[in-house]
Design a protein around this ligand. Structure first.
Ligand SMILES: [Zn+2]
Ligand SMILES: [Zn+2]
Length: 455
């Protein structure tokens, strides 16, 4: 099964780009835009024709282009899919059996006989994903949400930013074949606007919404496209569960009757991958949080997508106490007019000692997990809002110990094994002797403390 899945891989190459991102194990297409190579005709050839395209493994044969030759350079037929001398598309099957996860490099060599620069070599890269490693990309879309979940050949997109943000190039690096599921948490533009161009560029197997309609052209364009171009459009609400590949989601919000406002009715989903848990909240607000807490649905999770871009209408203290995430990701644009994230949200997150990441300062944030541990990486170096340590309780003054001899500067006590020790540290002040413990190894437990006067 695995072998069959892994055996075909096609690669996307955009000539003219130095390196094209190629990932994974489903069908991809090499797109050759030969016009970018600017061959020059010589030897009387007024219209140089592409004659051969060759492809070579530049890693010393560590992987096998399955087009069928053991020669270091493999000649492909230029006729397969190439429509003219200057542009065209062809596909290459790559056998990835036995290749471990990682990045590989290769070159494509193109000959155009009759041209002065008849040989051109284009580097390409190939990334083999670890099929059990989940990556959750909190994509920097400015003021908006877009989250890509990528597990082997399964990809799920939650929201797509607004229509001005083009996430397609980012997705192309990770999506193998079709996008298995697209989830629109709620119909606001900053969540669904960008999903329209995603549907223009990818096959989407399933679109899930909360079923709430909205009177904007973005919403009607989005739904029109979804109905027309995806085989399944469905509504989800509290209590639903669904599985995409090996990813199992629980829907915690909204209630089926959609009792709250547009943000409040956002789809909220929990994803448990091994022992690592995520909560995706859309723009859910305080009333959604109360409703989920009251329904007994909220418990500790590891990674929280902070509700509503870090607005103070979300992230109530009770909700944060109950979720107590280790990592909190808010998604907001630099200098947005809403003042997101709000200081009170950040301070509430600090109180629960979450590590706070924001797309405004970190760019895209990626959580990678194998189901037991996880790592967080960020596109930009950013200052992570680190937890403020729990305020130390006002130190209770050390109780005075024994009557004070103005000269008392040391003490000793006997441990139960009768070892005697003494150390400086007793301080005499205002008639009482108090102890300031030094670094000595004497400890109180089990010992008999005996105060002595200084010699
Ligand atoms: Zn929003
Ligand atoms: Zn919203």
């Amino acid at each position: 099964m695995k072998k069959a899945l892994m055996s075909i891989l096609m690669v996307t190459v955009l000539l003219g780009l130095l390196v094209s991102g190629i990932s994974c194990t489903k069908t991809k297409t090499i797109s050759l835009n030969l016009s970018t190579l600017s061959f020059t005709a010589t030897q009387g050839a007024s219209n140089p024709k592409l004659q051969t395209i060759e492809i070579r493994d530049s890693n010393g044969g560590t992987f096998d282009w399955s087009v069928g030759s053991s020669a270091p350079w493999i000649t492909l037929s230029p006729t397969s899919g190439i429509s003219s001398a200057n542009t065209g598309t062809f596909t290459v099957d790559v056998n990835t059996d036995g290749m471990s996860a990682g990045s590989y490099n290769a070159s494509i060599r193109i000959f155009v006989p009759g041209a002065t620069n008849r040989l051109q070599i284009v580097p390409v890269s190939l990334t083999i994903k670890n099929p059990s490693q989940l990556q959750v990309h909190f994509i920097d879309v400015g003021q908006g949400d877009s989250i890509l979940l990528d597990l082997g050949t399964t990809e799920v997109l939650i929201d797509g930013g607004d229509g001005h943000t083009n996430i397609v190039p980012y997705l192309q690096q990770y999506v193998d074949g079709s996008l298995e599921a697209m989830i629109a948490t709620h119909p606001h533009d900053d969540h669904i606007g960008g999903l329209i161009s995603v549907m223009n560029n990818f096959d989407v197997d399933m679109v899930l919404t909360n079923g709430e309609s909205y009177g904007t052209s973005t919403y009607s364009d989005f739904m029109d496209k979804a109905w027309k171009e995806t085989p399944e459009v469905d509504y989800v609400s509290r209590g639903d569960t669904f599985t995409v590949g090996n990813l199992a989601f629980k829907v915690l919000n909204p209630e089926e009757s959609l009792p709250l406002d547009i943000n409040g009715n956002s789809i909220v989903m929990e994803l448990d991958y091994g022992s690592v848990t995520f909560l995706f909240t859309g723009d859910a607000q305080w009333d959604s949080e109360v409703s989920m807490v009251d329904a007994g649905l909220i418990h500790h999770i590891d990674i929280l997508k902070v509700g509503h871009h870090g607005s103070d209408t979300s992230s109530t203290e009770e909700f944060l106490d109950k979720t107590s995430p280790e990592v909190a990701v808010y998604m907001a644009g630099i200098g947005n007019s809403y003042g997101h994230p709000r200081p009170v949200t950040i301070s509430n997150l600090k109180k629960i000692e979450a590590k706070i990441y924001g797309t405004d300062t970190c760019g895209t944030i990626t959580v990678t997990t194998d189901g037991s541990g996880y790592t967080v990486s960020t596109a930009k170096k950013c200052s992570i809002a680190t937890p403020t340590p729990t305020p130390k309780p006002t130190p209770t003054p050390t109780p005075p110990i024994g009557p004070c001899n103005p000269n008392c500067e040391c003490y000793s006590y006997t441990l139960h094994n009768d070892i005697q020790c003494s150390q400086a540290g007793a301080i005499c002040k205002d008639g009482t002797c108090s102890m300031s413990r030094g670094s000595g190894t004497c400890s109180h437990h089990g010992g008999v403390r005996k105060w002595i006067n200084c010699p």
